[in-house]
Ligand binder design. Structure first.
Ligand SMILES: [Zn+2]
Length: 314
């Protein structure tokens, strides 16, 4: 791994809500959710690296993105070196938005422009999960990257935890790290991610969804151990004190934007709500997206089409 804490960005997590429903009922889950739809909902326009296990499937998903008008490519073990370099250069330049990797991109590839990770296969080992997460968490000032997004189609966050949770890498404790994490969660030493049934956000330690403001049903809330709340406070505190990008502010900003979309309000309404909560305008607080003077009277639904909720397809 070897990256210093200071160069990582925070992560927002989303999963198809049907995934958590299946998990709760104990139904066996493979990969669920339409990759294109969920990308459009939460990560449209952002450079994305996807983790897949089958070559045929990777090209099929690539074709679906292409049909939706998104530039997409696949790198697998057979991709010639020259083509691989071409694709990675195009990713960095923003010419390729979606890049599927089959067993080749989870380690050793350094493209800090990647902002979104999409897990489209079972991510069996904790180490592999963390290494894949490392692909999207590198800071990249050149493209104004403030946070990363993980689209989890396989329940990996529920299985392995949030990417910014501390890891007991110490080897002297013995045993496999994947098992050790599992045990820590069972013992209540780790937060259990909750999935918002409305928007698919994965989070812990809050009675309402930090992305859309929906209340979490009581049954789920009582399953939340208090440890989750403590963990979240610990993670947020250093960001706050450093005066840098703050995930809480970003999430609140997204809630205001979604509210404006739902009510048909203009962008200036979201700006005012944000300022009354945080004491300054969004453009001064590092959240995205923000709106220029000429756009503030326009409806947020026009300015941010990706926030307009699409009709569920399944
Ligand atoms: Zn939500």
């Amino acid at each position: 791994m070897g990256h210093g804490v200071g160069v990582l960005v925070p992560v927002r997590y989303f999963a198809p809500p049907e995934l958590s429903r299946k998990r709760k009922t104990g139904e066996k889950t493979g990969v669920v959710g339409d990759p294109v739809k969920h990308w459009m909902d939460h990560a449209e326009g952002k450079r994305t690296v996807a983790l897949l296990s089958g070559v045929k499937e990777a090209f099929a998903v690539r074709d679906r993105f292409r049909q939706a008008g998104v530039t997409a490519d696949v790198i697998d073990a057979d991709t010639p070196h020259k083509e691989r370099t071409r694709i990675l250069n195009d990713v960095a330049a923003g010419k390729v938005l979606w890049c599927g990797g089959v067993g080749t991109l989870d380690t050793g590839v350094d493209v800090p422009e990647w902002e979104v990770g999409q897990i489209l296969c079972k991510c069996g080992s904790f180490t592999r999960y963390r290494q894949f997460g490392g692909r999207i968490m590198r800071k990249c000032d050149a493209i104004g990257k403030k946070y990363a997004i993980l689209l989890d189609h396989s329940g990996s966050v529920a299985e392995h935890g949030f990417l910014d949770e501390p890891v007991p890498w110490e080897l002297d404790e013995g045993g496999d790290i994947t098992d050790r994490i599992k045990k820590e969660r069972e013992d209540g030493e780790r937060a259990n991610p909750v999935c918002c049934a409305k928007c698919g956000s994965l989070f812990a330690g809050s009675p309402v969804c930090p992305e859309c403001g929906a209340a979490i049903p009581r049954r789920e809330r009582t399953e939340q151990p208090d440890i989750g709340r403590e963990l979240l406070v610990e993670l947020d505190a250093p960001q706050e004190s450093a005066g840098q990008f703050n995930l809480r502010k970003q999430r609140e900003w997204t809630v205001y934007l979604r509210m404006c979309v739902a009510k048909g309000w203009p962008a200036k309404k979201a700006n005012v709500m944000f300022k009354s909560k945080f004491g300054d305008w969004p453009e001064n607080m590092g959240v995205t997206p923000t709106f220029g003077r000429g756009d503030r009277d326009k409806p947020v639904s026009d300015l941010c089409p990706s926030l307009v909720r699409r009709k569920a397809t399944n």
